[in-house]
Design a protein around this ligand. Sequence first.
Ligand code: ACO
Length: 371
Amino acid sequence: MTATKGLEGIVAAASSISSIIDGVLTYRGINIDELAQQASFEEVAYLLWHGSLPTEKQLDELLKQLGDHAAVPAEVIATLRLYPHDSNSMAALRSAVSTLGIFDQDANEMNREANILKAIKLQAQLPTIVAAYARIREGKEPIAPKHGVSIAHNFLYMLTGEEPDQIAVEAMNKALVLHADHELNASTFAARVTVATLSDIYSGVTSAIGALKGPLHGGANEAVMVMLDDIGTLDNVEPYIQNKLNNKEKVMGFGHRVYKNGDPRAKHLMQMSLQLGELNGDTRLYEMSVQIESLVTGQKGLKPNVDFYSASCYTMLGIPRDLFTPIFAISRVSGWTAHILEQFEDNRLIRPRAEYVGPVGVHYVPIAQRG
Ligand code: ACO
């Protein structure tokens, strides 16, 4: 038995949700480029859960359900108030989603209909939790979700208490569409491993949030913004990045396990970063990002991934940088729950083997005789 480090190249599940073939990403067979240009995030969530785009009636029904379930139990809001105000926002989200499971009487109801309803609830409630925690830690009261608006609109509204402008809603919608699913990425795999034991959907999503938090996965978007803030000015890009490359340090937002010729989502976010910069009358972050890309791609051949340009986009939407990864979770919960439903449809425990590389033939030594 020989281990494959990082499971690179291992095909660990059959799935009909999203595919990456020859560098092209599809959700249920539809190219991500078409969805990014035309779809609402709610349509995409329906597509991921059910396998086809909703009719008008089906979409109306989903929007109603998302609205009905967007409020979170008062007990969960009460626990958010107990977290230290400087907690990591992904740790707060992870804990809150686990708590949601405790307050859902149907958490352990395992039929498909019950699990789809829980997927809808999780999708509706994650934005409410993220916005509520962001306000509570600033000493403000959470804002109740609205009925009859999109998830992108509702999230921005609950965060600021103001009606967001249409361009901000469209940008947020597109970012949510682009992050919704991505084959067997680390957090989705974590979700599938957890529920393959026949544990519940809340446990699966809690595991996934824990995996997404890390800087090699979803946490990279926040790390990119830390880097942009550190660099500060266009003039400082070259010395800063050159120093990182000389020291063989990783530049966050670059590289990908699967895409070697570029992440198909990055171009949409790059375009959005320019548009938002022009709208704000300040393209500094966009220009810095383009210069970083030129240096890293030029010298290392590494292309930006989904996290690179999303950092400048979210900042230009006025979002604090430690909410970037929670926003990723708000989107990806659609994909996680679709994969959980798929796992339950044809389940088998996921239990690989390890290549043992430790000592052999060792004997127990009584404590008094240990040196
Ligand atoms: N900056 C500099 N060098 C890099 C980078 C980077 N961002 N990414 C990879 N490399 C180098 C590695 O140092 C390694 O070089 P070596 O062969 O000389 O040792 C080589 O490229 C291969 O890299 P690995 O880390 O082995 O590639 P792996 O497939 O294991 O990792 C990963 C992929 C984690 C995405 C990696 O590229 C990385 O750490 N990127 C930065 C973090 C990041 O942006 N993560 C978000 C990914 S997208 C997502 O999850 C949403």
